[in-house]
Design a protein. Structure first.
Length: 130
């Protein structure tokens, strides 16, 4: 029996409402939704499958990981990558690499990179032929 490498990941955030609105928008094109929420945390994943990303409210001392860390979300299509990037920019994210092929990662590696409103580096990617 095999197990997935990761169970979930958590980001500490200082503005849960803003960040939840951001992640509602950017994860929707990837088929992920808010699967639960509470006053201190929200969880995201595929409908009916539990959480894979948690946002946890922390005090003003919360910091995103530094250079070298980013979280890559799987996309089902290049169009989903494009919609992820557009939603991120529309909801306060900063472009960190527009949608496009990244052939230095492989001939079919299509991705977009953004920085969320609190500084977490995230990516949407599909690595498959069109």
């Amino acid at each position: 029996m095999t197990h997935p490498l990761l169970h979930h990941i958590s980001f500490g955030v200082t503005d849960l409402k803003t960040m939840a609105t951001f992640y509602d928008a950017v994860l929707a094109p990837l088929g992920q939704v808010r699967v639960w929420d509470g006053p201190q945390s929200v969880g995201y994943g595929f409908p009916g499958q539990g959480d894979k990303l948690l946002l946890n409210l922390r005090d003003a001392g919360a910091h995103p990981p530094g250079q070298g860390f980013h979280l890559a979300f799987s996309a089902s299509s290049r169009e989903a990558v494009d919609r992820f990037h557009a939603a991120a920019i529309a909801h306060g994210g900063k472009d960190n690499g527009p949608p496009g092929l990244r052939e230095h990662y492989g001939p079919n590696y299509y991705a977009a990179f953004v920085v969320d409103p609190e500084g977490h580096r995230i990516e949407a990617v599909i690595n498959a032929p069109t």
